[in-house]
Structures are given as C-alpha cells and as structure tokens.
Design a protein around this ligand. Structure first.
Ligand code: NA7
Length: 317
C-alpha cells in the first residue's frame, strides 16, 4: 500500500473575492438568509453572500468555523432550529443525505419549530431524490416552503462564483433566492418537481465519475510504458475528446497533485446514490458499478479526502 498523507485543510480566506462578482449587478434581497453547514462549499458561498450585502445567520456543527463569519458581519446561532427562527430563507449545505436529514428531523433540528410560518428551506447538500422528497414533505407539513437547489461544480467553481444551480420544488422559493443564486452561480435551472434536480445532479456526477476512471486507467497504462504523461495530455488537448475538466484532471494526475476540488469521498457517495436510484428502477449500470468499486477501493487506500482525481493512485498501484 502506498503511504498517503492527508491533504492540508485550507483555512477560508475571507478577503478573497471571485472576479465574476464585479461583473454582476447584484441587488441583495432584504430577507434574512440562514446557512447551515460551513464546510468548504458552505463557507465559500456564505463569504460571497455577505460581501454582496445579504443579511446572514449561520450555524455549523463545529462551532469554531463560525468565527470568521461573525467578524465579517454574520450572526451565529447555537442550533439549526435557532437559525430557522431568525431567518426567512434557510440554506443547508452538509456532507451527505444523513447529515441533511439529521438537521431537519433531529434534535434541535428545523422541524422542532413545528410551525415554519411560510419560511423557505433550501437543500444544497448533494442528496438522492427520496431524501429530498422526505425533507420536502416534512417542511411542507410544518407550513414551510421547500426547494432542492443542488450545486454542480467544484470548490474552485464556488470560489469563482461559477457554480450551476439545479433547482426543483417551490418556484416562489426559487425566486426568493434570486440574488443569492446570482452571487454564486453562472447558470440557474428550475427543473420542476422535488426530486428532478437531484436526479439531474446525480446523472451529471455519473458522467464525471466514469470519465475520471477512464482517464486514470489510460494514464496509468501510459505510465507503465514510461510514456510521458505530459505528452499524452498535450496530444489529448488537440483531439476532439478534449474537455476542460479532463485536461485539468489529467494534469493533476500527471503531477500527483490531488488538492481536493471535489473530494473523492463525495464522488463515491454520489455513485452509491446513483446505483441505489438505478436499483429502484431495475436499470442496469455495469460501468457505473465498477466505477463505484474503483472509487471505494481508492478510499480504502487513504485517498478519501483528496480530489477524485486521486483515483489515479489506485489505477497505478
Ligand atoms: P466539507 O468541506 O466536507 O464540509 C462538510 C460540512 O458538513 C461541514 O460543515 C460539516 O460540519 C457538515 N456536516 C457533515 N455531517 C454533518 C452532520 N451529521 N450534522 C451536521 N453537520 C454535518 O464539504 P463541502 O463543503 O465541500 O460540501 C458540502 C456539500 O455541498 C456536499 O453535499 C457537496 O456535494 C455539495 P463540521 O464542520 O465537520 O462540523
């Protein structure tokens, strides 16, 4: 087994701004926005929301991560329920479906409030359609409005304000979020009912995961032949197969630089969600199944917190 060191956790730079913000005329909504989850994605998004003049109330499980946001002007609350009390629109952006459900249905969770009084809840964590339907139903039963707003893009895309928002559910919430989405995304799609945006997001992740393993396997073969990976990538760049994502990932693989833009554990989570979704439909997905196994094994080698491109580590081993 190769010895794998964990990637360094980068502190959020509260002074950095995406270049794109200067070109966007953003008139901040006068509503109060709650934000649950200040991981890499959440903190980057909140930083820009504060910068563009939104009033923000935050909560994070590890409370220390809230401090830079207090200094930037956000209010901090002790529990998700407290955030909901203080805000009109509440975003959630945590690691996985279980975390997303805990924040809604758990102790001190959103639904402890019983009457949400038409407040809006926006789920940004990557989740499967069933989880989204459950959360949406819970919110609606407590007189709230629900939108799934899945974020497609890397951590760098978030830092650049270049995410793509895929939304489904209550259209009035989608409209309430207009100035927030304009701050963080280059494109926003409303895809209809709850569940649709989750499906589209996971389908896009399938394309990404399968492509990444194909690239890693091919580059590992080149490496065995001692062919320069740089040459392969330069030639690949001239072909009709070229894509910005595959080029970027190929360069990372060649350098062995797996700085997490989209952590490998998130990619494997998404493939697992895709396969569960397909299982319910009896849809055969042999290539995705194998891709999932490759990512699972790469996790076991210690690359969970590295970028998904670290799958090259498995292919080379
Ligand atoms: P990170 O940087 O790994 O951050 C994960 C966040 O989720 C972080 O704030 C965690 O809190 C929080 N988390 C995880 N599990 C829980 C539970 N059970 N309860 C409460 N909070 C939790 O991920 P990213 O920011 O890159 O991505 C977040 C989502 O955006 C993800 O779904 C992507 O697909 C899209 P912690 O700080 O560890 O206390």
């Amino acid at each position: 087994r190769p010895v794998v060191t964990r990637p360094e956790t980068q502190a959020i730079d509260m002074n950095s701004r995406s270049n794109t913000l200067a070109d966007r005329e953003i008139v901040p909504s006068d509503q109060t926005f709650g934000f649950l989850g200040l991981g890499m994605m959440g903190s980057t998004i909140v930083k820009d929301l504060i910068y563009t003049g939104h009033k923000v109330v935050v909560w994070n499980r590890t409370i220390d991560k809230c401090q830079p946001f207090v200094e930037a002007g956000a209010e901090v609350k002790d529990t998700p329920m407290d955030v909901v009390e203080a805000a009109d629109v509440i975003f959630c952006c945590v690691s996985d479906p279980k975390g997303a459900k805990d924040l809604v249905f758990g102790n001190c969770g959103v639904l402890q409030l019983k009457d949400l009084n038409n407040k809006a809840y926006v789920e940004m964590s990557t989740i499967d359609p069933e989880t989204s339907l459950d959360i949406g139903e819970g919110i609606k039963q407590c007189n709230g409005r629900y939108l799934e707003a899945q974020i497609h893009g890397s951590r760098q895309d978030a830092a650049d304000g270049m995410l793509i928002i895929l939304a489904g559910g209550d259209r009035t919430v989608f409209e309430d979020c207009h100035s927030c989405f304009k701050t963080i995304a280059k494109n926003t799609f409303f895809l209809g009912n709850v569940g649709n945006a989750c499906k589209v997001n996971l389908i896009l992740q399938t394309i990404l995961g399968v492509s990444m393993v194909g690239l890693a396997e091919a580059l590992a073969l080149a490496d065995r032949f001692s062919i320069s990976l740089k040459d392969i990538i330069d030639i690949f760049d001239l072909t009709s197969m070229r894509s910005p994502m595959l080029l970027a990932k190929g360069k990372e693989m060649a350098k062995g630089d797996f700085n997490p833009q989209q952590p490998l554990s998130h990619m494997q989570r998404d493939l697992r969600l895709v396969l569960n979704m397909a299982e319910n439909l009896d849809q055969s997905m042999p290539v995705t199944s194998i891709t999932n196994e490759v990512f699972k094994h790469t996790k076991r080698l210690g690359y969970s917190e590295h970028d998904s491109s670290a799958v090259f580590g498995y292919c080379k081993a």
